[in-house]
Design a protein around this ligand. Structure first.
Ligand code: IPE
Ligand code: MG
Length: 163
């Protein structure tokens, strides 16, 4: 392919799962499951195109506020998806890493996330970043907490410190 202008890094916000399911009269969980298939196709396309880095926003900090049943379904779907996709991701040279908080993920899911990272650690064809329990707001809260804990003088709070 004679692509001279190729995005080296692509970020995708996963959205529309609920609407997709609604339009088909299906439960929202089916929309989330379909979303994982769409993610698989996106990863395949990124590999085919030669994209170096793909970031996907899969579950934001704010998503915890969704109905308990939906959150439970999502956690189950994440785990199922890791189990289903791990072999191909490993084989196709994808290195997977998770971004975001890890302390609120169910223990079983966390173990699956860590296994996926460990089993793809030597891959370098595509870097896949999965944002989970991640959010700009949560990140700011964490930064402020650390700054306050460190007893920083307000006059010393600047771009560099926050970064
Ligand atoms: C994305 O789809 C779901 C997650 C990333 C958790 P939505 O569930 O937000 O779908 P809509 O916006 O209701 O269609
Ligand atoms: Mg949405």
């Amino acid at each position: 392919m004679a692509a001279t202008e190729l995005a080296r890094a692509v970020a995708v916000i996963m959205d529309g799962n609920g609407r997709w399911a609604d339009q088909r009269g299906l439960p929202v969980a089916e929309g989330h499951r379909a979303g994982t298939k769409a993610l698989r196709r996106t990863v395949e396309a990124a590999i085919d195109l030669g994209v170096e880095s793909l970031a996907v926003y899969a579950f934001s900090t704010e998503n915890w506020a969704r109905p308990v049943d939906e959150v439970e379904d999502l956690m189950e779907i994440f785990g199922d998806t890791i189990v289903r996709e791990l072999p191909d991701l490993a084989k196709e040279g994808v290195r997977v890493r998770f971004v975001g908080r890890r302390d609120r993920a169910p223990a079983g899911l966390l173990a699956q996330m860590e296994a996926l990272e460990a089993e793809t650690v030597d891959n370098d064809k595509l870097r896949l970043w999965i944002c989970f329990d991640y959010g700009g707001r949560g990140e700011l809260v964490e930064a402020v907490r650390q700054i306050v804990t460190a007893g920083v003088d307000p006059a010393d709070v600047d771009d560099e410190l926050v970064a």
